[in-house]
Every structure is written in structure tokens, then in C-alpha cells.
Design a protein around this ligand. Structure first.
Ligand code: PFF
Length: 481
């Protein structure tokens, strides 16, 4: 970490920054994961818990992460190094940034693989492959894709390539340009699909499923899933929002931006859910079909409906566009780290990192076929291991440390300078960041780490460790605010 450069290239304006951050947040998490976990967990009550998680944990951590980026003025690793110096804290805080950079790169390695399924489906749908498809055929079709490493490799490579091309061009000529074409397209397609959903005859049923809470269907595991998903969907905990925040001018408001990001992300998830369940219910299919909801259930529905060819193709275009605006944000933290700390030109950094991440992604490609039974972490294959490591460990760890830094370590003046809230609202935010977000994250973290059997032991240990940390922080005069 010899040369110390700051983020120089900023966003052209606040709108494009908000759009890029929304682009990062809106992705496979909204279109693929949210609908299927909602389906698996019985609908309304799960949605309610998810909304509470966005409000109580997601938004506070999002504002904190953006603030850390703008205050640190650099990539996540350097930002944390700068901030620990400014706040006389341990230099080891740079590890929080490093955790983020690594997690984002790891997520990207499989994100392009899953996005590749969307790309394959887009082209197949375009060619009419799903017209009149039977449930059996749809199952075999999806299996056929997963069992074909060459096809998966092709799409994984195509999406990795597109991601690297955009990031290599930089913030203004790469990310901004891609975003200004992807986001309006995304909105337009979503609105067309929503219009279509209202004509299916099952829009009301879909609405009821998403918004009528039946708490008997809610389990403790569902609450944990909702919390974990709130992080993933808002792209928080791993440095993406930090690096986007570092390009944000001081003239702009982090609070305003954060609210827009959270609002748009939640709205897209709910609208996607409404569209998908309307189509699924209208065709007498099941909501709770798991990860195959998008790639097995939905094609059957499109295949049966009038206009299904057109709307199906449009739907998978939406999936690819949303995934691409997220994948570029997953590559940016590592590229800016290479550029700023290791003095490697952006072009070279983007290609080099893109290549390394692509190679790691091959492990995920093979997890669905040749390596399906090769185990890495415990009983998990490669894809499941990377997913577990990032979603269950690195992401909550990142979120926890972000809230701890802003709540306990950051000086009050810096907090007010970055997060433009008046005193009363800031008190609420701080209370949340000190007592609600970290405790909730610790519970998820502990549970994910050990599994349901010994959860309470781990939760207790985690809470005691946090309590000791807090008491220590207060003793050392770190109770800022
Ligand atoms: N938020 C994205 C989604 O919902 O698909 C995924 C993601 C993108 C997670 C960027 C994390 C990130 F840094």
C-alpha cells in the first residue's frame, strides 16, 4: 500500500450517481431471489419482515457505507485506512475494506454464471423455445442447461467480458454510459410487464399473496433469510456502495441518495414479485418452487399465454440488464483498489481482475455438472461454498463492522458532515446503528455460522462479545454523540 491516491473521477451529477447505485442494488436479487424466497416462505408475512429489515438494518447500513466512502475518499481498503487515521482508530480497520473488495469479487465470480442463465433464456425465448412447453420439458430444459458446462461457460464468459469492458472505461465513459442506457430500459420493460400482469386475471391473487400477511407461515429461518437478503439486495456490506460513495461530490446529499436507492430497490422487488406471481398463478402453477421459479416455472407460464413469446423475451432481457448494472458495481471496488493503491492503470486492472474472477467462476460453472459432488466447505460444492462464504459470513461481517465504525469510532463532526441529518434524526440513526443493526446482524451471523442446532449458544457468545466491545469503547471515550 505504498502510493496513496484518492478517488478523483467523480459522477457527472447526483442523478446519475443515484441511478448507478440503484443499478447496483437492482439485480438478480430482486428478480430471481426475492420472488422465490417469498414464494418459499409463504408470501405476505415474509414481505413484511423483509420491509422491516430494509428499514431498520438496510437503510442505516446503506447510509453508513456511503458515508464511509465519501469521507474516506478512496477505494474501500484505502478509505478505511484513511478513516482510521482521521479517527485515531486501529489501522487494522483497513481489513473491513479488504473484506469488501474480496467479497464483491467472489460474488461476481458466480453472479455472471447465474446472469448467464438469464442470457441463455433470453436468446432461447427469442427463438420461441418456450412456446407450448410442458412442465416436464421445462424441467428437462433447465437441467439440460445446467448440465452443459460449455454453454454455461459461454454465457459466463460473455457476461464477464461485458462487465470488464464497461469497468475498464472508467466511471464517466464506462459506468455512467452503461447506466444511462440500462436503467431507463429496465424501468420501461418493468412497466410493460406490469401492465401485462394486470391483464392476466391473477393480479389480485398475486397482490394478496404478497401483501396479505399470514404469520402462521412465518418461521425463524424465514426471518433470518429476510435479513440476509436485505443486505444482498441493497448491495451493502461489501464496499460497492463505499466505492460509489467515494465518487460522490460533497454538494450532494447521502441521505437523499440512500432513500432513493432503498425505495427504488424495494419497489422493483415488489413489482417483480407482482408480475411473476400474476403470471404463475394465472397458469395454475406453484409459487413455492424455489430457485427454479424463474427458469422452470415462468417459461411454462410464458409458453401457455398469448403474447408469452414477446413478454417472456422481454422478461429475460430485463434479468440480463439488471444483472449487468449490478455486476459492474461488483468489479469496481477491486479495480479502484488496484488503480489507487497499486498504481495499475484502470484498463489493465479491469482486464486482469476480470480474468482472475472469470477463472474463479469456472468453479461455479462446474458445480452444476462435472464438480457437482466435489465438496469444498463441508458438504457444499464450489458454488455453494462461495455463496455461503460471501452471503453468510463476509457480507454480515462487513455490515456489522460498518455500523460499528460509524456508530462507535467515527467522530461526531465527521458523521454530521457526511450524513446530513438534523440532531433528532441522527440520534435515531445512531441508536439503530449501535443497538439494533449490529445485534440483528450478529444473530444472523451466529446462526448462519453454526446452523440451527446450536444457534443460541453462538448468539449468546456473539452478544457477549459485542457487549464487551461496547463497554470498552465507552471506557475509552469512543462514545461519540
Ligand atoms: N444487489 C444485487 C442484487 O440484488 O442482485 C447484488 C449485489 C450487487 C450485491 C453488488 C452486492 C453488490 F455489491
Amino acid at each position: 500500500m505504498s502510493q496513496l491516491k484518492l478517488s478523483e473521477e467523480g459522477w457527472s451529477n447526483q442523478t446519475i450517481f443515484i441511478l448507478a447505485a440503484i443499478g447496483s442494488a437492482v439485480g438478480l436479487g430482486n428478480l430471481w431471489k426475492f420472488p422465490y424466497i417469498t414464494g418459499e416462505n409463504g408470501g405476505g408475512a415474509f414481505v413484511l419482515v423483509y420491509l422491516a429489515c430494509i428499514l431498520l438494518i438496510g437503510i442505516p447500513v446503506l447510509l453508513s457505507e456511503l458515508a464511509l466512502g465519501r469521507a474516506g475518499q478512496a477505494n474501500p481498503v484505502q478509505s478505511m485506512a484513511n478513516l482510521s487515521r482521521q479517527n485515531s482508530a486501529s489501522p487494522l480497520w483497513f481489513l473491513l475494506g479488504l473484506n469488501g473488495v474480496l467479497a464483491a469479487a467472489l460474488i461476481l465470480s458466480f453472479y455472471t454464471v447465474v446472469a448467464g442463465w438469464g442470457a441463455a433464456y433470453f436468446f432461447e425465448s427469442l427463438q420461441g423455445a418456450f412456446i407450448d412447453i410442458t412442465p416436464d420439458q421445462a424441467g428437462t430444459h433447465f437441467e439440460g442447461l445446467l448440465h452443459n458446462p460449455y454453454e454455461l461457460m459461454f454465457w459466463h464468459s460473455a457476461l464477464s467480458l461485458l462487465t470488464a469492458i464497461v469497468v475498464a472505461k472508467g466511471v464517466k465513459s464506462g459506468i455512467e454510459r452503461a447506466i444511462s442506457f440500462l436503467m431507463p430500459g429496465l424501468l420501461l420493460i418493468l412497466l410493460v410487464l406490469l401492465g401485462y400482469a394486470t391483464t392476466t386475471g391473477a393480479f389480485g391473487q398475486s397482490f394478496g399473496f404478497l401483501f396479505y400477511p399470514d404469520f402462521t407461515k412465518l418461521s425463524w429461518a424465514a426471518v433470518l433469510t429476510a435479513m440476509g437478503h436485505a443486505f444482498f439486495t441493497l448491495s451493502i456490506g461489501l464496499g460497492t456502495m463505499m466505492v460509489y460513495g467515494s465518487y460522490l461530490s460533497r454538494k450532494h446529499s447521502i441521505v437523499k441518495a440512500g432513500m432513493w436507492i432503498a425505495f427504488a430497490d424495494t419497489l422493483v422487488a415488489l413489482l417483480a414479485g407482482l408480475v411473476i406471481f400474476s403470471i404463475v398463478f394465472a397458469n395454475g402453477l406453484q409459487a413455492g418452487s424455489g430457485p427454479g421459479l424463474l427458469f422452470q416455472t415462468l417459461p411454462i407460464a410464458f409458453g401457455q399465454m398469448t403474447g408469452g413469446w414477446f413478454f417472456g423475451t422481454l422478461f429475460f432481457a430485463l434479468v440480463v440488464m439488471a444483472a449487468l448494472s449490478s455486476s459492474i458495481s461488483l468489479l469496481e471496488p477491486a479495480v479502484s483498489w488496484f488503480e489507487q493503491n497499486w498504481d495499475i492503470k484502470r484498463l489493465k486492472a479491469a482486464w486482469l481482475l476480470g480474468f482472475i474472477i472469470w477463472v474463479v467462476g469456472i468453479g461455479s460453472v462446474l458445480s452444476f455438472n462435472d464438480w457437482a459432488d466435489v465438496h469444498f466447505l463441508g458438504e457444499r460444492n464450489f458454488f455453494e461454498s462461495v455463496d455461503f462464504l460471501t452471503a453468510n459470513i463476509m457480507l454480515p461481517l462487513g455490515g456489522l463492522l460498518i455500523s460499528v465504525f460509524v456508530a462507535w469510532v467515527m467522530k461526531q463532526e465527521q458523521r454530521y458532515a457526511e450524513i446530513e441529518l438534523e440532531q433528532g434524526a441522527m440520534k435515531w440513526l445512531l441508536m439503530d446503528l449501535r443497538w439494533i443493526a449490529p445485534v440483528a446482524i450478529l444473530i444472523v451471523f451466529a446462526t448462519n455460522l453454526v446452523g440451527a442446532e446450536s444457534t443460541w449458544v453462538m448468539v449468546t457468545v456473539a452478544l457477549v462479545v459485542y457487549a464487551v466491545y461496547v463497554v470498552n469503547a465507552i471506557r475509552n471515550g469512543h462514545l461519540n454523540g
